[in-house]
Design a protein around this ligand. Structure first.
Ligand code: SF4
Length: 301
């Protein structure tokens, strides 16, 4: 496979004047010292080269109903080739995919070239590929390399993401991605702190994590990407009715027709609070239905 190089970084110096790398792919804007990795663990600097060892490498490949992403209003009833890789730029204590998002030790990953990806999707008669399961921002360079080839074969690109990419990466992804489900993990001041995102990016000057996600949603929507949003109601983290109502107002200000999936939390990974109360789920649904046209509850069976 042709080597896909990591981008959006530049040489820098650490506080002692030693060579370092400044990664500008996502909100965190990590200053990576020699021999170390960024917060995501997917980008590292060896003193001269900047590396992203998992680019183009995947640990999960599956064919899913598009509704599982969830995307309910874009090509409903179709199936999609889903790819998951390793690592994440958030640290949600309730992560259901922690085995690949924050793996312990080595995990075997399979390299798939963009051409093989297009062939595989075509052979299965699939018209879309989704980067999902772990955070696909970390595959941005691969997604950007593969998308034109996929388009030539009539295959669309979909991302299921936390939306914390930098504006530079976002603007390129916007031209190559047909649909995204963006997870609004929390809403309101400092709401991403329990998920491992500081109130303000250390170096990027892009505002808070929630502001970064909001800006990206609005920009991608205006660029013509089909956007559906997900909000997981986690007790003690993202279960405030007031903050939820503020989020709904914000969404409605962009478009009343932007679909919102409200998902019920279940205990996972390091978070043991009981599942979200069904009465709260119904209340959130009712708040959202007051402003938005397409509201879906998830995990409520
Ligand atoms: S966490 Fe974000 S900024 Fe830091 S190294 Fe990973 S992609 Fe780059």
């Amino acid at each position: 496979m042709e080597t896909i190089r990591p981008r959006w970084w530049k040489p820098a110096r650490d506080e002692s004047g030693n060579p370092a790398a400044l990664c500008g792919l996502c909100f965190h804007c990590c200053l990576i010292k020699q021999g170390l990795s960024g917060r995501c663990g997917a980008r590292r600097f060896d003193g001269s080269a900047f590396e992203s060892p998992f680019l183009g490498k995947f640990v999960s490949v599956a064919i899913d109903p598009i509704e599982k992403k969830p995307l309910y209003h874009w090509r409903p009833g179709t199936k999609i080739l889903s790819l998951g890789s390793l690592r994440c730029n958030l640290f949600c204590p309730f992560c259901q995919n922690h085995a690949i998002a924050h793996p312990k030790g080595e995990t075997a990953a399979r390299e798939i070239s963009p051409r093989d990806l297009a062939l595989t999707a075509s052979r299965h008669g699939l018209a879309a590929v989704a980067y999902t399961y772990n955070e696909p921002t970390l595959q941005a360079e691969y997604i950007i390399s593969a998308a034109p080839l996929l388009r030539e074969a009539g295959i669309a690109t979909v991302m299921v993401t936390n939306g914390l990419f930098s504006s530079e990466a976002r603007d390129e992804l916007a031209t190559l991605t047909e649909a995204m489900n963006i997870d609004i993990k929390a809403f309101g001041k400092n709401s991403y702190a329990p998920l491992g995102a500081a109130e303000k990016s250390a170096r990027g000057g892009r505002g808070s994590a929630e502001e970064t996600v909001m800006e990206n949603v609005e920009s991608l929507f205006r660029a013509g990407v089909h956007i559906e949003l997900t909000n997981l109601a986690v007790p003690g983290i993202s279960d405030s009715e007031d903050r939820f109502a503020e989020m709904v107002n914000w969404i409605a200000g962009i478009s009343r027709e932007m679909p919102l999936h409200i998902s019920r939390y279940f205990p996972a990974y390091r978070y043991e609070a009981p599942p979200t109360d069904i009465r709260l789920m119904k209340k959130l649904e009712s708040i959202a239905r007051g402003k938005l046209k397409f509201v879906h509850l998830g995990n409520v069976w």
